[in-house]
Design a protein around this ligand. Sequence first.
Ligand code: F6R
Ligand code: MG
Ligand code: MG
Length: 370
Amino acid sequence: MKVTISLIKADVGGYPGHATVHPRLIERAEEVLLHAVESGLLKDYHVTGVGDDLQLIMTHTKGVDSEEIHALAWDAFTKATEVAKDLKLYGAGQDLLKDAFSGNIRGMGPGIAEMEIEERKSEPIVAFMMDKTEPGAFNLPIFRMFADPFNTAGLVIDPNMSDGFRFEIWDIMEHKKVIMKTPEELYEILALIGAKSRFVIKRVYPSEKHPKIPADEPVAVVSTEKLYQIAGEYVGKDDPVALVRAQGGLPALGEVLEPFAFPHLVSGWMRGSHNGPIMPVGVKDAKCTRFDGPPRVVALGFQLARGRLVGPVDLFADAAFDEARRKALEIANYMRRHGPFEPHRLPLEDMEYTTLPKVMEKIRGRFQDL
Ligand code: F6R
Ligand code: MG
Ligand code: MG
């Protein structure tokens, strides 16, 4: 049976400031999606909040980029925005950058990760949701899951995986994409995705020789929307999400989670202008408090059952990630001590997309030739 999983998110108002999603926004979105299950449009859904982002996890049989599904998500965000406006939440409707829905939610502000798959005999899937960072924050963990034998033992000891994976990498400045293959092109892939503000992993596919998964079915997908490109000005970071399938010839659940035991540095955090560690947390700790962060990542695990979402299990709400959280806080302290200095503050090229140019404008006229 073919099933599509759509994870669509937007910041339609924070509470307080940019810290969390108000429970009434979640309730409002749930009402809209419940109605869609009753009408037969959706198979199932789960709504949650990560930082200030409202997250809609939906299953259906309409395929990716379905106008009906995108319109439904837009409707849920619009109705949640009405609640946000009534409660005067911060930045109500912030990520809805267009006034009216026009066929596809792409390019309208929300972030989207979708995949259509043939549901396997057993289909474990993880929804990853990050706040206060950008799509390139997924490069390192997704690479580790599918290409690093020091992370994923299955690459070494499960023959189903020995032919590797194919990575679809997007150049988000030039609007081009390239498919590259592991293990043959490991070094070239790293040459690109190490530059995470420009080259981002969009999808991972199995190798053409994978014995269990069809070559055209993604095994991972990441949202790559860049808000400043859509809005033409800084409206917060892009706060990416991803879907990753696990087990049975793919990385095991534990191999999918393992990269997050290392709280790597990502850009975002306060005013979308700082490098800091990404901290794996459970949903209850997904609130961006300290210096509007530090950036967070939540992982919700499900089993699909004929399109039904069995779960979630809040995977980082576990003692096994305590050490990563402690390390993240230690790194956060260290980075914060730099105040407004690089490399805590982002390099100037990246600051171009924040409010800094307005500050520069004020002093421009006072510069004299040397
Ligand atoms: C980061 C983020 C926040 C805001 C900050 C200032 O993505 O959204 O850190 O940039 O709270 O917000 P304003 O300028 O709205 O007061
Ligand atoms: Mg916000
Ligand atoms: Mg956010």
